[in-house]
Design a protein around this ligand. Structure first.
Ligand code: NAD
Ligand code: MG
Length: 391
């Protein structure tokens, strides 16, 4: 029709689970007729990144892995698509003039590029929760000051965002985050002691990247989400509840001062949350499974067990200690996760490493600038590596 300008967007982490789902949503909502894809970024998966860039007519493709620059250049030879690599390449991707940026890199590696996109005033669709856990209020402030919107993509936070109306914020009593409980929901600590990463990554309901899958098994993902909720919705630690809900149908809830509880429900499919973030405040038509309540028959709930899943207790600790404890917890957890996947520590050791580092760094002063966050992150990684080596 030619009516209206195309929506300009970029995807940081396009080759991952969230990234590929985002490209699918874009295709479903009209693809190149409606959207101008400026930049896509990946890391080691060059073939997929090049395919994606060609398919959506991206202007720039970036690999985070500087060693893969030549391979990406080759794969895109003759396409007219610009190529860049490494940290500066990621910043170049973030700096392109997209109005909407999907932050879907995994881990703190996404913080610098996401901040760069935020500083130019882009709307940030946030899957990369580690940014918010780490940089907290400074991250929210950066986006707000530049005039962009922060739209959560994490299913729990999208659910809360969808049911929480601005003029009812004063009446929010509690945020109830649902948790599937992961593959070890009913396991004892003895059973969890010697599980492998292969076993831990098999999530019962969601298909996701490796880190978040392991984080679902240990409930460190929920721990990060508790801190994410605090910064997104500006609630006090005691207003954040976690309830285990094995079917993952209710994606989270908001309880109000009049006793009402509002929930958002759907099949476990990230495309609903991604689509909402893309067309917010409007909704669009998506080809995802619809809930069949008769087939569903029941929804179950259980209190979370902080003894079997100490990550939840550590999140409470980080929330009450505040300051840079979120950044420290996040960085130590990422380090412990890599050590677990490499077979260097056991599944239960991850929480012990994280708690040790959080305790060691309890006196670190709160951040006044983003560099303080990067410094605490780096120190927590060094300390976590030392704790792991000393075990
Ligand atoms: P993934 O591992 O599938 O993909 C990660 C993406 O980041 C890939 O494009 C990869 O190339 C890129 N990447 C990896 N290391 C990088 C580095 N060092 N520098 C730059 N880029 C790098 O992960 P995912 O499951 O898509 O998760 C992405 C983020 O979204 C995570 O923060 C995760 O917690 C969050 N999230 C994911 C889901 C899900 O369903 N997968 C749900 C909610 C939130
Ligand atoms: Mg989630």
């Amino acid at each position: 029709s030619g009516a209206g300008r195309k929506h300009r967007l970029s995807i940081l982490g396009s080759t991952g689970s969230i990234g590929t789902n985002t490209l699918d949503v874009i295709r479903q909502l009209g693809g190149r007729d409606r959207f101008d894809v400026l930049a896509l970024t990946g890391s080691s998966n060059i073939t997929l990144l090049a395919e994606q860039a060609i398919a959506c007519g991206a202007k720039l493709a970036v690999t985070a892995d500087a060693g893969q620059y030549a391979a990406l250049k080759d794969a895109l030879a003759g396409s007219g698509i610009a190529v860049a690599a490494g940290p500066s390449g990621l910043l170049e991707a973030a700096g392109m003039d997209a109005e909407w940026v999907m932050a879907a890199i995994v881990g703190t590696a996404g913080l610098a590029p996401t901040l760069a996109a935020a500083r130019r005033g882009a709307d940030i669709a946030l899957a990369n929760k580690e940014c918010l856990v780490s940089a907290g209020a400074l991250f929210v402030e950066t986006i707000g000051k530049a005039g962009g919107r922060l739209i959560p993509v994490d299913s729990e936070h999208s659910a809360i965002f969808q049911v929480l109306e601005e003029d009812q914020r004063h009446a929010v009593e509690r945020i109830v985050l649902t948790a599937s409980g992961g593959p070890f929901r009913t396991w004892t600590r003895e059973q969890m002691a010697d599980v492998t990463a292969e076993k831990a990554r098999a999530h019962p309901n969601w298909s996701m990247g490796l880190k978040i899958s392991i984080g679902s098994a240990s409930m460190f993902n929920k721990a990060l989400e508790m801190i994410e909720a605090k910064h997104l919705f500006n609630v006090r630690p005691e207003q954040i509840e976690v309830i285990v809900h094995p079917q993952s149908i209710i994606h989270s809830m908001v309880g109000y001062t009049d006793g009402s509880v509002l929930a958002q429900l759907g099949c476990p499919d990230m495309r609903t949350a991604i689509g909402y973030a893309l067309t917010y405040p409007l909704r669009s038509t998506l080809n995802v499974d619809r809930l069949d309540f008769a087939k569903l028959a029941r929804l179950d709930f259980e209190a979370p067990d902080e003894v079997r899943f100490p990550a939840l207790r550590l999140a409470r600790l980080a929330l009450t200690r505040d300051g840079l404890q979120g950044a420290i917890m996040n960085a130590a957890e990422e380090t412990a996760f890599h050590a677990f996947v490499a077979g260097r520590i056991g599944f239960l050791d991850m929480a012990e490493v994280v708690e040790t580092v959080m305790d060691q760094m309890v006196d670190v002063a709160p951040a006044t600038a983003i560099d303080d966050v990067f410094a605490a992150d780096a120190e927590a990684r060094v300390r976590a590596a030392e704790v792991i080596t000393a075990r």
